[in-house]
Design a protein around this ligand. Structure first.
Ligand SMILES: Cc1cc2nc3c(=O)[nH]c(=O)nc-3n(C[C@H](O)[C@H](O)[C@H](O)COP(=O)(O)O)c2cc1C
Length: 337
């Protein structure tokens, strides 16, 4: 396991509700050994009142792995951060970026950008409770509270409370009128603001998120910042992840490549490795389509990708669907549809 205190944050994959579940993270880890992975947001309420082990379950191969919490009450956050640390997570991250109505009505997520002191109280409480890093994922502003000065004030007060890492989604959120999806597309990206934040807080780790798509995008941002975080592109086009270790860390993903003959590309190698994993999960009662859905975009652009996707979409949700459905889908690759 990597040293939690020295997590390498050059490249991370974003927390994404319904997408970055444990199956998806296991799959991503096959493609990149180095990236820092984040869980979906887990609310403090879900941990306090729900099935802790189910929410916090992860595979040891997922390290380095950060858990994202949603909440605003310092005592609850501290309690939940400790639960996460005890189960082996390498970092606790607080969600200060989600604009959904459900989250807003619970007074956490992006609306907390308006309450820097509340966030700082939560950060301090978590810092006092755990030894692993406590980090924040935020926006550059919300609604009309979107000045650079307000962002600096937010960062400053939380840095003083003990947060050394800020992952900044480089667009503001509108708390009324836009859906979460629109809030990832409509407000314009402002990377220069995040670069300026790093200039003004050189001792903090500043990670850029929002709209990054290619390894080139990442390399450019890394010239000025400590890290990049990618969300949608990693999910919708996961084959890009196979270049992360070699291009950003100078470290070929030898484990994956050695698993298959060199004539087979890394995406296919990862698919075969994931099939072994799925086979095991199926025996534990996990449904096939809960796992295969994360691989629909894996072969985008390759011959036969459409037939591969169609075969999975039409068959993986059937009762009792087994691993043969996935193997049959793989067999469609290479053949024009
Ligand atoms: C389906 C989906 C679910 C998301 N869920 C979360 C979440 O639980 N916590 C969070 O901080 N951000 C969440 N986000 C936002 C992403 O973490 C990220 O900030 C956003 O997608 C912008 O990055 P990207 O342009 O690389 O996708 C979600 C995004 C998507 C697409």
């Amino acid at each position: 396991m990597k040293n939690s205190k020295n997590l390498d944050r050059r490249f991370s994959i974003a927390p994404m509700m319904d997408w970055s579940d444990r199956h998806c993270r296991y799959f991503w880890r096959l493609l990149t050994q180095q990236s820092l992975l984040y869980t979906e947001m887990i609310t403090t309420g879900a941990l306090i009142h729900g099935d802790i082990e189910r929410h916090l379950q992860f595979d040891p191969s997922e390290h380095p792995i950060a858990v994202q919490l949603g909440g605003n009450n310092p005592a609850d956050l501290a309690h939940c951060a400790k639960l996460c640390e005890d189960r082996g997570y390498d970092e606790v991250n607080l969600n200060v970026g989600c604009p959904s109505d459900r989250v807003k009505s619970g007074f956490f997520g992006a609306c907390l950008m308006n309450q820097p002191q509340t966030v700082a109280d939560g950060i301090k409480a978590m810092r006092d409770a755990v030894d692993i890093p406590v980090t924040i994922k935020c926006r550059i502003g919300v609604d009309d509270n979107d000045s650079y000065e307000a962002l600096c004030e937010f960062v400053d007060i939380n840095a003083q409370a003990g947060c050394e890492v800020f992952i900044v989604h480089a667009r503001k959120a509108w708390l009324s009128g836009l859906s979460p999806k629109q809030n990832r597309e409509v407000p314009p990206l402002d990377y220069p603001r995040v670069f300026k934040l790093k200039e003004d807080f050189p001792k903090l780790s500043i990670v850029l998120n929002g709209g990054l798509k290619t390894i080139d995008d990442c390399q450019q941002a890394l010239q000025q910042l400590d890290g990049v975080m990618i969300g949608r592109e990693a999910y919708q086009n996961p084959s890009m992840l196979q270049y992360v270790d070699s291009e950003l860390y100078g470290d070929a993903n030898t484990e994956l490549l050695s698993a298959m003959p060199s004539t087979i590309n890394s995406s296919l190698a990862a698919a075969h490795r994931f099939a072994e994993y799925m086979d095991g999960q199926l025996t534990q009662g996990v449904r096939l389509n809960h796992m295969t859905r994360h691989l629909l975009g894996l072969f985008n652009g390759q011959t036969g990708a459409r037939a591969y996707r169609r075969h999975i979409s039409e068959n993986a949700n059937k009762t009792g669907a087994g691993i043969n459905v996935f193997m049959d889908a793989l067999a469609k690759l290479g053949t024009p549809s």
